[in-house]
Design a protein around this ligand. Sequence first.
Ligand code: C5P
Length: 280
Amino acid sequence: MKYIEIKAPAKINIGLFVVSKRADGYHNLRTLFYPVSDLYDKLTFEPSNNFEFICNSAELPIDKGNIVVQAKELLERTFGKKLNVKITLEKKIPTQAGLGGGSSDAAATLISLNEMFKLNLKHDQLIELALQLGSDVPFFIRTKPAIGTSRGEILEEIPVEISEPILIVNPGIKISTKEAFENIQPGENRFDYRSIINGTELFYEKMNSLVVNDFENYAFKKYPQLKNIKDQLIESGALFALMSGSGSTMFGIFKDVVQAKEAANKFPKYYYCWISIPGC
Ligand code: C5P
């Protein structure tokens, strides 16, 4: 058994269309998941005589309430054996922020324990287990740009690449995904992502009128400062700006790092700002 260190990156949703409510209580959606590779949590897995879980964030539970522990226990139930391991989670991605931090940690745990304990789970089996942990977890099994449908677990990888910096802004508001879904009305939007993709490029101009996040209405009404952040991103020259997931993170794509930094400097100091630089 070997020591494993893994980066669990964040994601943004470039558009989030809630299409319909399903009989199982979940919603069918359509979204473009895009990885933010340079903003990540770090997890380490070390062989141990018992199970131990350490997390640097006081905000998160370190028992069954943590999705990392849930992922380990799901594997134990699936294989009918104890997995003795010391897991350390170093959190950097803001939580309950629409950036997929917890989902990414869960996927990283499945991938790492599969390797460490030679469980031989294939890609499809990992996806199936990932979906039991959360709707966004399957995306993080491969973490490649992909159009997600159904609950987000049907993934069609597409070769888009954002070559501009992305400014991520979070004002510290925590939004419950469950509550957000309870407060929106699904709409039959027939938007087709192919209309804004040309090879590996995205047409930002077209996106501004076509690509929406159906959670913005609810989130902006409850937290008007989120709408202000979006307006400020656009005023600062963002080529495209939107909320990610069910919020509260807003992101803007800028033509260069200088402009992204200028925009970031205009937000209050206590806001979390991250500039994701392509290729990092
Ligand atoms: O799948 P996950 O645990 O992340 O979802 C949290 C909650 O959000 C679910 O319990 C459900 O109420 C809602 N949800 C939904 N449709 C989805 C994803 C989540 O209704 N596609």
